[in-house]
Design a protein around this ligand. Structure first.
Ligand SMILES: [Mn+2]
Length: 323
């Protein structure tokens, strides 16, 4: 608790904060940064919300989602950087350089692989989402949680727990959610937006991606591919490929689901989802990425065929080692 207290003193004592979360942001990256930003503003602080990538349309319904910028405003260079949901500063891409020579960097994260890169670190790998940790910070700061903050935290936690279905979902998770619901946010509306709404383009992409499905002979690894051509109908920054990978993992008998996405610049984004036995965080780490035991990702240089070959070899070796 000493660590969080030192961090709380910074939030109370300083005036302006630059809130940063990882590139290609998910619900936790967006929701936890937004909730903390809104809470700090209620304390009269100046807040800059920045992400290297645009906020996917999926999250545009969140009050304050339009506050995110993809550039760091000049005034924000004097602000205290706060990194949320980043295991390593490199998750910020080029923006990672920003925290090199600053006296105070706050690191709030739930990845087990977090490198404690901050000058103050609040890292809790037992938290299902960074949003759960931000909830605790806001409570400690004695800021009243309003609907906007509650919606952001709800989104952070609901997405990182796969709508409260993953193994990381705890008693604590449900207690926090219960408290958020007392603000009057509508559980079913947010859940529908997050998990039951897909644009036509995303639905057509899903159909094409399912057509690429391949499975290893033992049925334990399933993978899908999203090519550059498939993405042409998608609106950059609006439509997302989120959720496609779950179809690979959901196949009976599959231990690891993989999605290969051509980034179009000679790089391939690899998303990994594990059922029970394989720690995909370790696999992603071998390729310079990371995440959690059951959900992780990495980016490989080269074409899709080469990426597939490398990943399948490493995963097959892991699965062989388990049996
Ligand atoms: Mn997270």
């Amino acid at each position: 608790m000493a660590k969080i207290n030192a961090m709380l003193n910074v939030f109370k004592g300083e005036q302006s904060f630059l809130l940063l979360s990882h590139s290609m942001p998910d619900g936790d990256a967006i929701g936890s940064a937004l909730a903390l930003g809104l809470a700090l503003e209620k304390m009269g602080k100046t807040v800059y919300l920045v992400n290297p990538d645009p906020i996917p349309r999926l999250y545009a319904f969140l009050p304050g989602a339009d506050r995110f910028s993809t550039q760091i405003p000049e005034q924000a260079r004097q602000a205290i950087p706060v990194l949320l949901d980043c295991a390593v500063p490199e998750r910020l891409g080029d923006m990672a350089a920003l925290i090199k020579d600053v006296p105070v960097v706050l690191n709030i994260d739930h990845h087990v692989s977090n490198t404690q890169f901050g000058t103050l670190n609040y890292v809790d790998a037992t938290a299902a989402a960074t949003g759960e940790m931000v909830f605790q910070i806001i409570k400690q700061l004695q800021v009243v949680i309003d609907r906007a903050i509650a919606a952001a935290l709800f989104t952070a936690i609901a997405t990182d727990t796969g709508s409260f279905r993953y193994a990381n979902t705890s008693v604590q998770t449900h207690r926090i959610i219960a408290e958020l619901l007392t603000t009057g946010i509508e559980n079913h509306r947010i859940m529908t937006r997050l998990f039951e709404t897909r644009s036509l383009a995303e639905t057509k992409l899903l159909a094409q991606a399912l057509n690429t499905l391949e499975v290893t002979a033992d049925g334990k690894i399933a993978w899908m591919t999203v090519t550059r051509e498939m993405l042409t109908m998608m609106q950059e920054g609006n439509d997302s490929t989120e959720g496609i990978i779950n179809y690979a993992r959901a196949i009976e008998g599959v231990e690891v689901g993989i999605l290969f996405r051509d980034l179009g610049d000679g790089r391939v984004k690899v998303s990994l989802r594990s059922q029970d036995q394989v720690n995909v965080d370790e696999i992603a780490a071998q390729f310079g990425g990371g995440g959690h035991a059951k959900a992780a990702g990495c980016i490989l240089t080269g074409d899709i065929a080469a990426a597939q070959q490398q990943l399948l070899r490493v995963i097959a070796a892991k699965i062989g080692g388990i049996n």
